[in-house]
Ligand binder design. Sequence first.
Ligand code: FAD
Ligand code: DLZ
Ligand code: SF4
Length: 509
Amino acid sequence: MVTRLVLVLGDQLTETVAALRKADKDRDVVVMAEVADETAYVGHHPKKIALIFAAMRKFAARLRDDGWDIAYSEFDDTDNTGSIPGELLRRADQYGAREVLATEPGEWRLIAALDDTPLKVTQLENDRFAASHKDFEDWAKGRKALRMEYFYREMRRKTGLLMDGDEPEGGQWNYDHENRKPASDDLFAPEPVRVEPDETVQEVLALVADRFGDNFGRLEPFAFATDRQGALKVLRHFIKNALPCFGDYQDAMLAGNRFLYHSLISAYLNIGLLDPLEVCKRVEKAYRDGDAPLNAAEGFIRQILGWREFMRGIYFREGRDYPRRNRLNHQRGLPPLYWGAETKMNCLHHAIAQTRDEAYAHHIQRLMITGNFALIAGINPAEVHEWYLSVYIDAFEWVEAPNTVGMSQFADGGIVGSKPYVSSGNYIDRMSDYCSDCAYSVKAKTGDKACPFNLLYWAFLIRHRERFEGNPRMAQMYRTWERMDEKRRATVLDEAEAFLERMSRGETV
Ligand code: FAD
Ligand code: DLZ
Ligand code: SF4
């Protein structure tokens, strides 16, 4: 029988991934490849490249032990062609294969590249999700607006997670009104699991330091898990130590605590080391065993079963142009402070320093600090998208683009969210301890010391007044503006403009 190739990408590291399930161990050759093209479509954080290469190498070893024939290309192999299609062609020649079994990649770019190879490539749907493309389409069809909350309820019913017969556990679908407490400095939060680099990881770290040392981000210390056992350890640690407080402090930010009660499992979910339903079931069990309150378990399951699945649905439904949408026509360049240049804004300083060091920031830092600032400053969403896709350990386009382009930048015109996530400094002050140590004053609305978020927030709302004034969820903001003294309104807008000009000239702001 003619050999067939089975492609396993760096974010498909699950033994039961669709292509491997369909493959024949006695006949097929598994192709895995560390390639230049995948490391270069954006300048990935060195920790992200290290995680993927190390996890790929270990997964390949596991498959080999399990009896699979593996054709593995290391980054520095002399005959490595540097691209996924190139490696498929090379291996096809080597093994006399014409056919490839693949699992659909999480990016339109790579889906198209596989379609374009002269080989016969079958792309099977990636079914490591609660909702298939058809499930999402069936739910979305005919709806005027797609709202995560309703999709999430459908997923709860479909999976039976946190259900009490036909009713949601506890009588309500969503317990967010009990969540979102601000954090205080003396809050105890568990230390995250840190995994010591073994020999494989050390080899990869040396390679990444040599080849990608100039990318934005600190490679070491590197403490991520790189195999399933390690990822499960992180999950167990979270459920035992942090889940009970997850809901309460989900939106809190502290300069001295980068992780709070977050799970730190997104990368493991996204590269295949953990399965989303398995995670949700373990969290549900913790609730049913009395080890976590309902507001925490529900809030956590909603992130995975609701938001994560919803974002994937949007990405595949909206099509290839989605990441380049710019409905608010924002054209300003991304300022160098996003790449670590000095800034006087303490909240941005912390969120970005943490991103550089850890390749991680939690959701509210991404949404209400770096995202909020980019939106109210009118930054080109394509540049914002490229930044988020580069700098986070968990960033893959199917989940990153709807979060950035949709939820955070409103560049899709309101497909993901019904209103833009914008705020003045007040919100940041309430949810964090950043403002007490800032060169700006969060209480100052105008003047040299005025918090830039206070100025830019109003400037954004006024710039897009026509679009948002009629939105019932934003009407209150416009009424507040109207109540302000006319001279003060003019000062706010002038100072906002002057701030943006200074920033775009390259001054430290
Ligand atoms: P926790 O706070 O512990 O949440 C648990 C899990 O829920 C996460 O691991 C994640 O799998 C899931 N989750 C939570 N929120 C979301 C969401 N909005 N969309 C999808 N899944 C969610 N998440 C990514 O996985 N990859 C990305 O590239 C990514 N880019 C983002 C860009 C922006 C602008 C924003 C606002 C959010 C982005 N997110 C992304 C969502 C979220 O910020 C991360 O999933 C989360 O911070 C990961 O940390 P954690 O594992 O500690 O999450
Ligand atoms: C992100 C990434 C990187 C940095 N390197 C590789 C690689 O060398 N080989 C590989 O198979 N996958 C890699 N990936 C993950 C892919 O970019 C990912 O599969 C696509 O973005 C689709 O989600
Ligand atoms: Fe950020 Fe403004 Fe607070 Fe400074 S005062 S930390 S710029 S919100």
